[in-house]
Design a protein. Structure first.
Length: 299
C-alpha cells in the first residue's frame, strides 16, 4: 500500500511516499481505509529523531497517530462496529492507505473525513486533561495555548461543561480565542497578573497545552500544583503538576468528542489539507508552531 515513509531521521524533507506492507486488524482492533490522517507535533518529533534518541530506524517508518476512514476489517472480540462504518480514532502509522485503530468512535454523518481526521488526538487529549482536573460546573479554568489543536478543543469542552475559560494565545489570535467562548489574554511574562485582572474571583484549574513555561504561573494562579495539568511540559512533574501523556482507555473520551461534534459544541478548524506527497510541508509547518487548528494529510 502507499504510505508516507521515512527510512532515516532528519529534517521533514526525509519524508517521501513509498510502498509498505498492509497492516491487519488484530484482536480488539479495526482497520480502516484512510480518508485523512491528522498531523501532530509528535510526528515531526518522530521524524527528526527526538522520540527515538537518534537511533536509526530499523526499516521504513510511517508517521501518524490519528485518522478517519471507513472500516474494512474488524478484529476478534470487537463489537459495535462493522465493515463499512465511518469512524475516526487513534492508532499508529496512520499516514497510509490503510491503518489499524486501537480506539475509535463513529464519525458524525455531516462531518467531512478531512475534519474528522483531526479530531482524535486533540479531542481525546482535551477531554483527558479536563477529566483529570475534575472541575465543577461554574469553575474557572485557564487554557494556555488556546489557539492550537488541543487548546481549541480544551476551551470548547470546558465551555460545554459549564466552566468559565480564560484562554491564552499570541496577540494575533485573541479574537479567535474569544470566538471559541473564552476570555482571551496573551501568554508570556506577566501572565498571572493579566489573568487575575480577567478573573478576579480566582482560578480553579489550569491546562498547559503549549509547554512554553506557563506552568509556574498556572500553579501561582490556582495555589495548588495538583490543580494544573500539562500535556507538553515534561519537567513540570517536579513541581507536583499532573503530567498526562497516555491515551490508554481512550474510547469513552472519543465518544464524548463525537457527541460534542455532532451537537456542534466542538469544532476543530482545519487550516490546510495536504496530499501525502506534501507531507514534509505539513510537518515543517507543524514544527514552526503557529498552526491555528489542524493540518491533515490525505492519500
Amino acid at each position: 500500500m502507499r504510505a508516507v515513509v521515512h527510512t532515516e531521521y532528519g529534517e521533514p524533507e526525509v519524508l517521501g511516499v513509498g510502498e509498505v506492507a498492509e497492516p491487519h486488524a488484530g484482536p480488539g482492533r479495526v482497520r480502516i481505509a484512510v480518508r485523512g490522517a491528522g498531523v501532530n507535533p509528535i510526528d515531526w518529533k518522530q521524524v527528526t529523531g527526538l522520540v527515538s534518541g537518534g537511533r536509526a530506524p530499523a526499516g521504513p517508518v510511517v508517521p501518524g497517530y490519528e485518522a478517519a476512514g471507513v472500516v474494512d476489517e474488524v478484529g476478534e472480540g470487537v463489537t459495535g462496529v462493522q465493515v463499512g462504518d465511518a469512524v475516526f480514532g487513534l492508532g499508529p502509522s496512520t499516514a497510509a492507505e490503510f491503518a489499524v485503530l486501537r480506539a475509535w468512535a463513529p464519525k458524525p454523518p455531516d462531518v467531512p473525513f478531512e475534519v474528522a481526521a483531526g479530531l482524535g488526538v486533540a479531542g481525546e487529549t482535551a477531554v483527558r486533561a479536563l477529566d483529570l482536573l475534575g472541575l465543577p460546573e461554574g469553575g474557572t479554568v485557564v487554557v494556555d495555548g488556546a489557539s492550537g489543536g488541543v487548546g481549541i478543543a480544551a476551551v470548547q469542552v470546558a465551555v460545554s461543561r459549564g466552566l468559565r475559560v480564560v484562554g491564552t494565545s499570541s496577540p494575533a489570535n485573541t479574537d479567535f480565542v474569544r470566538s471559541l467562548g473564552a476570555l482571551p489574554t496573551t501568554y508570556g511574562e506577566g501572565l498571572a497578573d493579566r489573568v487575575r485582572e480577567i478573573a478576579p474571583g480566582g482560578v480553579d484549574g489550569g491546562v498547559d497545552t503549549a509547554g512554553k513555561g506557563s506552568v509556574r504561573d498556572l500553579v501561582a494562579l490556582t495555589g495548588d500544583p495538583r490543580r494544573v495539568v500539562t500535556i507538553a511540559d515534561f519537567g513540570a512533574g517536579e513541581l507536583g503538576v499532573q503530567v498526562t501523556t497516555s491515551s490508554d482507555g481512550a474510547a469513552p473520551r472519543l465518544a464524548e468528542v463525537a457527541e460534542l461534534v455532532a451537537q456542534r459544541r466542538l469544532e476543530l478548524p482545519v487550516q490546510e489539507v495536504y496530499p501525502f506527497e506534501r507531507a514534509a510541508e505539513a510537518l515543517r509547518l507543524s514544527r514552526e508552531g503557529h498552526v491555528r487548528g489542524k493540518l491533515v494529510l490525505v492519500p
